[in-house]
Design a protein. Structure first.
Ligand code: PLP
Length: 447
């Protein structure tokens, strides 16, 4: 017997059985969407964790359950570590967080999501489960919903880590459709709709990432409505869709036309055959890349508390199995920032700075004198923009830029050059595009 078949023949834990039964009763299509691993997963609520929780309530004399060391009623700690923290108590720094995440942070993030997503209305969703930022959220979703050989659909312009996490790690297959129409005016709705249509009746994971990395494009309101309609129609036609809204760059919108609500709001109540999953977090939105705090949230039409509890349990079980729990200081800081009365104003100030850089970039990259060097992909949001260089490869341009001009950009595919205007000052922007044009022309002249 192969190790694979012996793994899948292991009897389901009764807690996994109970979670699956809850999903089967209220949202049978969602059970079909889970991977074999996803079906097996559960949160070990009756073991050490449950005994520890019970002791926390009742062990008034002495609590010898917790896997930390204490002193004077607080987590033990070293001064050489503690000197780097201010404004956080030892409990907020050194204790383990629950595998689901700090309860008050989950509530605060849910409140923020609701405020930013009015289309959710009163519809029920899960509570966000805390992940080690968005990369980990995407990985957990892959673990729970993608078996080896299964297909995920993404745009051709996508964050390359989808490949590493879902293809290389899990053996799933990522298929792509062209993100932009051929005239580079906007989202390629026709290609997207066709990709869904040609897979109708099947299970499919669909990754949507707006604002998009690498292009920096967010669909317009009309495009966003059409995307929701296309997905709803595919679900109505019998496809079982797991739609992953990767909202990493949420809030960085620089154009009036942008859809400023996450598509999760409408997708979460679109159709019983469509499970919407919101992957979001503090990383880019709160400018805390290294803190590693993200969230996974579920929504499906007809979803009940029992279904969301089951999905949260499977998610937290996966977290418990791999990393146990997410950094306590990271969660404490993000929670406190969300409570700060100046959070929104400070965030808006930084977004305004990025908007000015985006505007400066738009002027420079579209100058008519560069028309021989590249086409500009549409961009209106996020951290990045992309050029399609003419007559040379993106990799050659990247190397020439580094060697001759000391300018770093990312080469993607054959001809895409990604520029992160998010980390350029406005003063640097004209020089960067002049350098790219000079590099392209020098390479063309050498041919
Ligand atoms: C589209 C997209 N999703 C997810 C992530 C991962 O973000 P995190 O740093 O929170 O793991 C990134 C980071 O670059 C990204 O560009």
């Amino acid at each position: 017997m192969s190790s694979q078949s012996s793994v899948s023949s292991v009897a389901l834990n009764p807690l996994a059985e109970a979670a699956n039964a809850a999903i089967r009763t209220d949202c049978p299509a969602v059970l079909e969407m889970l991977s074999e691993r996803g079906k097996r997963f559960f949160f070990p609520a009756k073991g050490i964790l449950a005994q520890g929780a019970e002791a926390k309530q009742k062990a008034k004399t002495a609590n010898a359950t917790i896997g930390i060391a204490t002193e004077s009623g607080q987590p033990m700690h070293l001064q050489c570590v503690h000197q780097y923290y201010q404004g956080l108590t030892p409990n907020e720094i050194y204790e383990y967080a629950p595998s689901y995440g700090k309860p008050e942070l989950r509530q605060a993030w849910a409140k923020k999501q609701r405020e930013e997503t009015p289309s959710l209305g009163q519809s029920l969703t899960s509570l966000p489960v805390v992940t080690n930022a968005l990369t980990h959220g995407l990985a957990v979703v892959g673990d729970l919903f993608l078996d080896a050989g299964e297909e995920a659909l993404s745009s051709d312009l996508m964050w390359e880590n989808y490949n590493l996490s879902w293809e290389t790690r899990l053996g799933a297959r990522i298929s792509t459709y062209p993100f932009f129409d051929t005239r580079l005016t906007g989202f390629n709705l026709q290609a997207f709709t066709q990709a869904l249509f040609s897979r109708r009746g099947r299970k499919l994971v669909v990754a949507l990432n707006f604002p998009n990395n690498p292009s920096g494009y967010t669909p317009t309101r009309a495009e966003a409505g059409a995307i929701v309609n296309a997905l709803t129609a595919a679900a109505e036609a019998g496809s079982k869709l797991v739609v992953v809204c990767d909202d990493a760059y949420y809030g960085m919108f620089f154009d009036e036309q942008c859809e400023t609500e996450s598509l999760f709001g409408r997708l979460a109540q679109a159709h019983p055959n469509l499970l919407a999953i919101k992957i979001d977090g503090a990383t880019k939105e709160e400018f805390v890349w290294g803190l590693r705090v993200g969230f996974v949230t579920y929504g499906v039409k007809g979803g009940t508390k029992a279904v969301y509890d089951a999905l949260e349990q499977k998610t937290a079980g996966m977290i418990r199995a791999v990393i146990s729990n997410v950094s306590m200081p990271g969660q404490s800081i993000v929670y406190k920032a969300l409570q700060s009365p100046s959070f929104r104003a400070q965030q808006a100030e930084k977004v305004a700075l990025l908007r000015r850089r985006s505007a400066a970039t738009a002027v420079e990259c579209r100058k008519s004198e560069y028309a021989d060097c590249w086409d500009v992909y549409p961009f209106n949001s996020g951290y990045f923009m992309c050029l399609r260089v003419k007559g040379v490869t993106a990799e050659a341009v990247r190397q020439e830029l580094l060697e001759t001009h000391g300018v770093g950009v990312i080469a993607l595919g054959q001809t895409e050059v990604r520029v992160a205007f998010s980390c350029l000052t406005e003063a640097q922007i004209p020089g960067v595009f002049l350098a790219i044009a000079t590099a392209v022309r020098a390479l063309v002249a050498k041919k």
